[in-house]
Design a binder for this molecule. Structure first.
Ligand code: DX5
Ligand code: ZN
Length: 218
């Protein structure tokens, strides 16, 4: 499958959110990545339901919602109602991950599980067959614009290997410090969804960066 690009709106200009979303609508992006932070699971707070609903009002592409919040079960339905097409929860934030994943699927959303840089891929062994997407964090979650962690390449290969027999359609998404310098190598390692915040929104030509990310590795 050709890889997807999911620009992270965390780095968008929130005073011009409508224009930013329309820019993404007109781009080669596949999804829009929406980062929700609660100030507990991560040391930062981003935004919640009213902002997601506003994004959804204009978005013509699926919303790829990444929950960096503790005990996400409390809000799954609210995120679905606010416009999420996919919901990714953190393995480290869920006590009953299997139940959480089933609930996301029952809501009709793509179900994803994210792992932090220090979390071994082996912990995914008993959930990988049940999910649509694994998100490998390539920075410590909480902020845009951080430096990419090199150990991610190894982890992508491990996820790919683990999913081979049991979930060959799996989305393997990479999030944090992704840019044109590492995109091709990430795809080579087995990634098929690239999230990019800073690389897109801090660029003078976001449309071009998105196009280049789409072409990376080909
Ligand atoms: C980090 C978020 C990312 C972030 C990526 O906690 O999950 O999605 O927005 O931003 P960049 O691409 O700037 O690292
Ligand atoms: Zn994210």
């Amino acid at each position: 499958m050709n890889h997807l690009v999911s620009p992270s709106v965390l780095t968008a200009n929130f005073a011009n959110l409508k224009q930013e979303i329309e820019m993404l609508n007109s781009s080669n992006a596949d999804w829009m990545h929406v980062d929700v932070m609660d100030g507990m699971f991560v040391p930062n707070i981003s935004f919640g339901f009213p902002v997601i609903r506003s994004i959804k009002q204009y978005a013509q592409k699926p919303l790829d919602v990444h929950l960096m919040i503790v005990d996400p079960d409390r809000y799954l339905e609210d995120f679905k109602d606010a416009g999420a097409d996919g919901i990714t929860v953190h393995l480290e934030a869920c006590t009953h991950l299997n139940r959480t994943v089933q609930r996301i699927k029952e809501l009709g959303c793509r179900a994803g599980v994210a792992i932090n840089p220090h979390t071994p891929v082996t912990l995914l062994a008993d959930i990988i067959a049940d999910v649509d997407l694994i998100l490998v964090m390539s920075v410590n979650p909480g902020f845009g614009g951080q430096k990419f962690i090199q150990n991610t390449y190894k982890k992508i290969r491990e996820v790919k290997e683990l999913s081979k027999e049991v979930n060959s359609d799996l989305f393997i998404e990479i999030d944090g410090g992704v840019d044109l310098s590492n995109a091709a190598r990430l795809i080579q390692a087995g990634a098929n969804v690239l999230v990019a915040g800073n690389a897109v929104f801090a660029s003078p030509d976001p449309l071009e960066v998105i196009s280049q990310l789409k072409k990376a590795g080909s």
